[in-house]
Design a protein around this ligand. Structure first.
Ligand code: MN
Length: 292
């Protein structure tokens, strides 16, 4: 008589509820709570992505609502060369976990993850995918939230040119990694090369300020009080013609997030500085560093 072999259907298939990230979640006694968090330009799937820094951020910060303001996954780079270390999986795991824990997650795909734009209006794993959003702050301001490539004429009409810029940018990010690997050897804090380079190059400065003004003007014409964008990898707050312009920066070089406190006050968090400050707070760490 034939015996029936029971196939353990789900025994060896990992499922999200039971899975764990390769870098375990830090047990932080109390995560910093914010009303809202905005991050963008993470560029998962590229070497430029500062995954460890973002993982640290996600393990220390929580919010009622979180906006992923585009370029979270870099589909352009992935098409050229597949690169997907475990730490990048860990970030997706943490974002999905957040949705599961009850954070309202809103994903606004950018130009590097435009393949997700076709899913606009859908809801996946607790994450809403939208093209743009209106966020109402605790102090009653209405903010238009979008990625920002909509206003980048170069990106739209000459995609090849944007890709060329991408190669130069990639080279700069490689230098950034070398500089920082070297700095780490000497226990020096993280330093953003292109942040300093951008501030020195006149064209880059002009490009950034043009972008900011165009985005603010567009938001103003739509009757909102302000705008939150990403895309140009430059965290900033400016009041332009009565419109609040915010940019949440990136997790490639600047490692910044935009947060809203429970009273509606907005703040840009520079996570490298936060880590440095945290390290200084622990005397044990400091003495260890001195001894090294
Ligand atoms: Mn972008």
């Amino acid at each position: 008589m034939a015996t029936i072999t029971r196939i353990p259907f789900d025994a060896d298939l990992p499922d999200f509820a039971a899975s764990q990230p390769s870098i375990p979640e830090k047990t932080v006694t109390e995560r910093r709570q914010y009303r809202t968090v905005w991050i963008s330009d993470v560029h998962l799937g590229t070497r430029g992505c500062n995954a460890e820094m973002l993982i640290d951020f996600l393990d220390h910060v929580d919010s009622e609502t979180m906006y992923l303001v585009g370029d979270i996954i870099d589909g352009w780079k992935m098409r050229r060369k597949f690169y997907w270390p475990e730490a990048h999986n860990d970030i997706l795991w943490r974002l999905l976990k957040r949705a599961k824990r009850g954070t309202r997650m809103v994903y606004i795909p950018g130009n590097h993850d435009e393949m997700f734009r076709q899913f606009t209006g859908l809801h996946f794993g607790g994450v809403d995918i939208v093209r743009r959003a209106i966020h109402e702050t605790a102090d009653g301001r209405r903010l238009l939230v979008l990625h920002g490539d909509e206003f980048d004429a170069i990106t739209l009409s000459h995609k090849w040119l944007a890709h060329l810029g991408d190669v130069a940018y990639e080279f700069m990010m490689m230098l950034n990694r070398w500089v920082n690997a070297w700095r780490r050897t000497f226990n020096m804090p993280y330093w953003s090369l292109s942040k300093h380079a951008k501030a020195k190059v006149k064209n880059a400065v002009e490009f950034i300020s043009n972008f900011e003004e165009i985005v603010a003007k567009e938001a103003g014409s739509r009757g909102v009080d302000g705008v939150v964008a990403g895309h140009i990898h430059t965290a900033d707050y400016r009041r332009i013609d009565g419109i609040d312009y915010y940019n949440d920066g990136d997790w490639v070089e600047g490692c910044t997030a935009l947060v809203e406190h429970f009273d509606g006050r907005m703040e840009i968090l520079h996570w490298a500085d936060e880590i440095a400050a945290r390290d200084e707070e622990t005397p044990a760490d400091a003495s260890e560093r001195r001894a090294a």
